[in-house]
Design a protein around this ligand. Structure first.
Ligand code: ATP
Ligand code: MG
Length: 204
């Protein structure tokens, strides 16, 4: 689906500001924090906490979250491998637009396929895409089961459930690994903020 090109006679329209000029005027750099991990590993929880910390410090941050996007933009997509890839492709493009608008965007999707995450990474300028692995064991996630999904998946009520009946490909080059089954939410949040600071994306 993603390789289909159906538009013709289209021209790129450039704005008046370069990325550098936009940064100077707005005082904020755009970035994509791509959280990945099993369902229940804490992607949404960490993303919301980081978003809050950034906004409280006057930095425009925004979370794109799994189910929310599937309610709207991606409501015509399911959970087949092809639809999962298209889901992530669209999120990657949306995240890129947010980052170009100088927003720190946090994406909270299982995004189980390495190749899909790499495609999202490839859309962004070097050094502005941060893959953050929420690394909690399947046992921990299943124990938490905040949405009752593992129970349903074990009962065979959800086909193609990541970690149970569909694969999860762990990152090999994540910028940050959060041991969300072991470290506290506060520690994870601080580690994300520290990474952004260290890489010159924020100035807190
Ligand atoms: N250190 C921690 N970091 C993050 N979440 C934690 C931590 N300790 C406990 N939790 C709990 O684990 C659960 C994580 O659920 P959350 O909805 O954030 O997962 P998710 O990765 O977004 O899952 P899904 O892919 O289904 O949306 C929450 O109930 C949260 O309170
Ligand atoms: Mg979530």
């Amino acid at each position: 689906m993603s390789s289909d090109i159906k538009s013709s006679n289209i021209t790129w329209h450039h704005g008046h500001l370069t990325a550098e000029e936009r940064f100077k005027k707005l005082g904020q750099k755009g970035a994509v924090l791509w959280l990945t991990g099993l369902s229940g590993s804490g992607k949404s929880t960490v993303a919301r906490e980081v978003e809050l910390a950034l906004v409280e410090n006057g930095i425009n941050a925004y979370v794109l979250d799994g189910d929310n996007i599937r309610h709207g933009l991606n409501k015509n997509l399911g959970f087949s491998p092809e639809d999962r890839s298209e889901n992530i492709r669209r999120i990657g493009e949306v995240a890129k637009l947010f980052a170009e608008a100088n927003v720190v965007v946090l994406t909270a999707f299982i995004s189980p396929y390495r190749a899909d995450r790499d495609l999202a990474r490839a859309l962004l300028p070097e050094g502005t895409f941060f893959e953050i692995f929420c690394d909690a064991s399947l046992e921990t996630c299943e124990q938490r089961d905040p949405k009752g999904l593992y129970k349903k998946a074990r009962a065979g009520e959800i086909p193609e459930f990541t970690g149970i009946s569909a694969p999860y490909e762990a990152p090999e080059k994540a910028e940050l690994i959060l041991k969300t089954g072991e470290e506290s939410l506060k520690d994870s949040t601080l580690r994300v903020l520290h990474l952004l600071k260290e890489r010159g994306m924020i100035n807190l």
